[in-house]
Design a protein. Sequence first.
Lengths: 128, 479
Amino acid sequence: MNIPPDLQYTPTHEWLRRDAEGVTIGITDYAQSELTDVVFVELPEVGRHLNAGHELLALESVKAVAYVYAPLAGTIAAVNEKLRKQPELINQDPYGQGWIVRLTPDQPEHTVVLLAPAAYERKLKEGD
Amino acid sequence: MSAETVFERSHPGRGTPYVAQRGAPPASLDTIPRHALRARPPALPELTEGEVVRHYTNLSRKNWAVDVGFYPLGSCTMKYNPRLAEQIAAWPEFSAAHPLRPARAAQGLLRIMYETERMLAHLCGMERFTLQPAAGAQGELCGMLMIRSYHLQHGAHRNTVIVPDSAHGTNPATAALAGFKVVTCPSSAEGLVDLRALSKLANDDLAGIMLTNPNTLGLFERDIQQVCRIVHDAGGLAYYDGANFNALVGRFRPGDMGFDVVHLNLHKTFATPHGGGGPGSGPVGVTAQLEPYLPVPLIAKGPEEFELEENRPHTIGRLNAFAGSMLVVLRAYVYLRLLGTAGLRDVSGKAVLAANYLKQRLADTYAPSHPGRCMHEFVLSAEKQREESGVRALDIAKRLIDLGFHPPTMYFPLTVPEALMIEPTETEDLETLDAFADALLQIAREAKESPELLHDAPHNTPVGRLDEVAAAKNLNVRW
């Protein structure tokens, strides 16, 4: 299972990449492999404000519908428009071309519980 | 696949078989307004009557059904239903009865409905039932609307409904449609409602809880009375989803567990085949305190005859154009009268025995979601097979088709990875249960020895593995 060392993770299988302007959010390799083929991504509206832990969007795979949660409060700055036509990018490249949204956080340090790569890997090994 | 559509099989100029109309005189085109007349005749397929019959007969032979073989689709109760109920439902006295027939001329039908309602109320420990809801989901909505009315009537604005994380997907959908906010209650390590988490969620905004018992993992919620007490103490009501009533019928009454509202699926537990696309019937029973909110009309026994009771000021209204799916109710009536209390106890007893037998035979090979005894169904995980050989629950399910069985429910509940949910029902004999267990054990060996056999399954069907991604992304429902 691919768990890049430069990202942060949530117990609900989202990843976060922080940079100067904000955070990029996607789902982990484990999450995409559990979901199997993603066939539809319900992208949220740019400009919408969300609270930490709230539902960001829904993903539909051939197996199930799953929700992606906002790891921190903020405003949606951008969505990955490519996913409208190519939801499979989430399966093919979950940490790269399969990113889902960019968020401008209200307070970058106020997040849900975040896991370092090693802690996330341990969680997966212990089963959830 | 050799199944051409009737349009492909059509030969222009061959004409269409003429089926004589019975009774009604042919309508004259003069009576139809000009603008409503079509300019060209419809493009109906043209083939002989014999070819039409063969076409549909051959299609039906590609279909899987309880009458063809074992169908252990967990959570769905795909059991064999006695032919007697079908035969009686086909009597023209029933099948040709018009739903607008006045009550006075439908006394026999109303008596059947009334007595069915009394028997269901007795089995569930409820005060009264409505037979109106057309299926389980409408029954759920009916129940939640009554809970809403009850709170409003008592001056309480309660907006939260608790649903356990293992619930059927319809439960949160129903609560949301009825205008409630849905809160998920986590399961304990044992797979049951976590009482501590429940206590934290039970506050003065709580309208109620929606539960099925046994739960979706096939486990009996043994703290159910305490669950209901916590909800009641907070001022909420408890809704029982009767989806799994097959495990309890004749032995436990939801009313005794503390539930206030119950829905049953007559098309699962009570002799109407399930999954045929309807009609269904989802009667809803309530305790005395919710009785005023039942939908109208109710079937009442007047001093001289059975009546349709319409004038009920607190009713949530009408859910069905008529009094209910009469022929489904009739099948339930026949089934209840045929089996009696002792027979119904046998239904739940054998359903639970069959599930435990299968679970025992398979538990060393596929990891059960939870150890110990189950109720009428159980969940296995193919996680071990996935780790060892990359074979997933989907591959196992597809391979079962090759071996002559309908696959179990897959990937549900979502709390179990690579879930296979098996419900054998009470109507299968020991040889069938053994043959199914043998097939699953064979598949586990194949997973180790030749996983590609499973990845490519099914092999013995008119079409092989379907491309589900393409089907979901490029939906094409027209020929």
